[in-house]
Write a protein that binds this ligand. Sequence first.
Ligand SMILES: Nc1nc2c(c(=O)[nH]1)N[C@H]1C(S)=C(S)[C@@H](COP(=O)(O)OP(=O)(O)OC[C@H]3O[C@@H](n4cnc5c(=O)[nH]c(N)nc54)[C@H](O)[C@@H]3O)O[C@H]1N2
Ligand SMILES: Nc1nc2c(c(=O)[nH]1)N[C@H]1C(S)=C(S)[C@@H](COP(=O)(O)OP(=O)(O)OC[C@H]3O[C@@H](n4cnc5c(=O)[nH]c(N)nc54)[C@H](O)[C@@H]3O)O[C@H]1N2
Ligand code: SF4
Ligand SMILES: [Mo]
Length: 676
Amino acid sequence: MQSENVNMVELKKTVCPLDCPDSCGMVAKVENGVITSLNGDPDHPYTNGFLCRKMRSYHQRVYSEDRILHPQVRVGKKGQGQFARISWDEALTLLADKLSHVRDTYGGEAILPYQYAGNMGHLNCNAGHALYHKLGTSRIIETICSAAAGAGWSMHLDKVPGSPPEVAEDSKLIVAWGINVKVTNVHFWQYISKARANGSKLLVIDPYRNETAQSADEYLQVLPGGDGALALGAIKSLLERDLLDQQMIDEQTTDFEQLAAYLQATPWQEFCEQSGLPQQEIERIATLLQDNPATFIRIGIGLSRNSRGGMSVRAITALAAALGLLSGQPGQGLLYSSKAFSGDSARVRFPELLEKPTRFINMAHLGHALTTLKDPIRLFMVYSCNPLSVAPDGSMVRQGLLREDLFTVVHEQVMTPTARYADLLLPATTFLENRDLYTGYGHFQLGVVNPVVPALGEAKSNFQLFQELAQKLRFTDEAFLQSEEDRLASYIATIEGLPADFSYQREKFSGWITSTRRRLGESVKECWNYSYRFAAAGEPGIPSIPCVLKAAEFADKDLCSRFPFALITPPHMDLLNSTFGERYPGKNGEVLIHPEDAAEYDIKEGDCVRLSNFRGKAERVAVVTDATQRGLLVAPGIFWQTDSSGTGINDLTSQKVTDIGEGPTFHESRVQIEIM
Ligand SMILES: Nc1nc2c(c(=O)[nH]1)N[C@H]1C(S)=C(S)[C@@H](COP(=O)(O)OP(=O)(O)OC[C@H]3O[C@@H](n4cnc5c(=O)[nH]c(N)nc54)[C@H](O)[C@@H]3O)O[C@H]1N2
Ligand SMILES: Nc1nc2c(c(=O)[nH]1)N[C@H]1C(S)=C(S)[C@@H](COP(=O)(O)OP(=O)(O)OC[C@H]3O[C@@H](n4cnc5c(=O)[nH]c(N)nc54)[C@H](O)[C@@H]3O)O[C@H]1N2
Ligand code: SF4
Ligand SMILES: [Mo]
């Protein structure tokens, strides 16, 4: 911490807590106890002084009238958002009684905790698990974001960390594959810029010409879900032309011959049909990659949010391995997630408190869990998450939240669409009021921060809430007696990736720790003693080698004839998933439609349109553009459900899951479109 005038103005360091690969270092200016500005930390090696525009004004959110600052109980009908203030003691007593009652009457599994990464701090993100384990609640499988991509990566690369992003600075070709760097990973752009200043090219592979593609040297328009076919087609092309380095493959990988046999035996037609690209185009991309040994592939999570998502990631890692991009030469890289640090999650989640195993519920199946699940959920407890907006099949989630026999608890900062359905609403702190530990998944830095300002109103951090609730329930296990410092110290002691001389001392710690798991100038084989495996033993029914798959909902003839458009729902520049939705009241967002489709449906730029399918409907404003392809609608951003429409984009998405990892398929819905 630096100080200019100790009593009046302070500059305090913190870290952005949002679910974003950049995990920025920030500097908050505090004047007379009030935060007056937020900037990127110039000392942070990845942030380099720059913050995205969403976060530069976050302090306004902290002090805004939208903040929930006191515990409240519902007084109106479910979903109306009418509440009456109560004290914390009343709130904790009510909640402790409800939890005990539900557990004693229906069993612990009738309680469903639901949290995600509204706050990525290790302390607060995992704050509820100890209590849930102790109560024997149902447990969620945390699939909603990267389960498919993660499963795809680990099938072939196990725990191998991604390449450091700064390696891309020396690349000659950077591939942004299913990632909208300019929107979702803005700090990676600095390396792209530097590389391009030295003659490097940027290739974007995406179903629509997103913000990043518009600034790229080359854009390749793939069919949604067609990436596996493209990546495998590229290997096939190199194989057929005998352009692969067999010696490198023998030294650094295993089982290539199995993949080669499959590729040789499979006709080109399959690769072309599924990717939507002619053979010559796939061959041209293969040649481009082969001609640029210094290639860095940045894999996004976007390409994994469909029925073939895990396979797409698998196939791209296979292409990278076949090209020798795991060799560690300058500019060579493959990054999906940095996996820079890994700690023992038991130190923050305490699975040992669970007396006997309890049922798991996939986050993607929330609609089902709240409506038709046998042995129903009676108490639903949400924190760091806005499931009514972000979970797939939103109309089923809403039906569940309307159940009179469901008691819903929401711990929130602002009145989200989910919070409006709470029976008990609890005020949450923001990261600027918290102490926590953050590690990024797009870079290799770790930071521990103190609160920048004290908690506003009666807001409590997740950690504080659950510790106090445990006290109310008279739980005396060590986990519930720990202070923030106890838990942080216990967890940090298990983190891999910290320098050997690192010591955690609360008062002295500030700044950034760079992971020792950063691979520079070494191959994956040399660094991790790991050979890339082209064939991996997966679950039953999962092919061991990457292969071409056909789509599920997108190719369902029954659905295609009723719902002629494919829909993908990628992120928006000004939102972070649904966070910041309160800044855009009444806004439904836009939908991109190709000019020829628009002409056929007589849709003009700016028309209000209704997208619908058998799950539900959502309203958007039409943008007529050839940035998208024929037959594909693109609806960026999870804007909050508006009072007028009552629905959001996830009313259209399905509870179907990905090929591996059980992830949601946010980018694979069939819909129809009409003018309103
Ligand atoms: N501004 C902003 N930043 C964010 C977020 C946000 O909401 N807003 N969300 C954050 C979170 S939680 C996450 S997980 C990350 C996600 O960020 P990304 O990894 O970028 O993933 P997505 O955002 O789902 O989609 C990125 C791109 O994938 C494309 N895509 C969709 N389907 C396919 C496909 O089948 N193939 C290919 N090649 N491309 C496809 C989309 O069109 C989009 O351009 O971003 C984080 N950062
Ligand atoms: N259609 C579609 N749906 C998607 C996606 C998509 O691309 N398309 N992306 C998916 C992805 S990748 C993700 S990760 C999920 C994310 O979904 P969520 O995890 O729900 O993330 P957010 O929408 O950012 O909402 C987080 C909420 O937590 C609150 N919050 C923040 N910090 C704290 C805290 O410390 N304590 C408490 N109690 N609350 C806090 C915020 O105010 C905010 O309302 O959405 C998924 N949904
Ligand atoms: S949302 Fe991402 S880019 Fe923006 S400040 Fe946070 S970590 Fe940085
Ligand atoms: Mo995510």
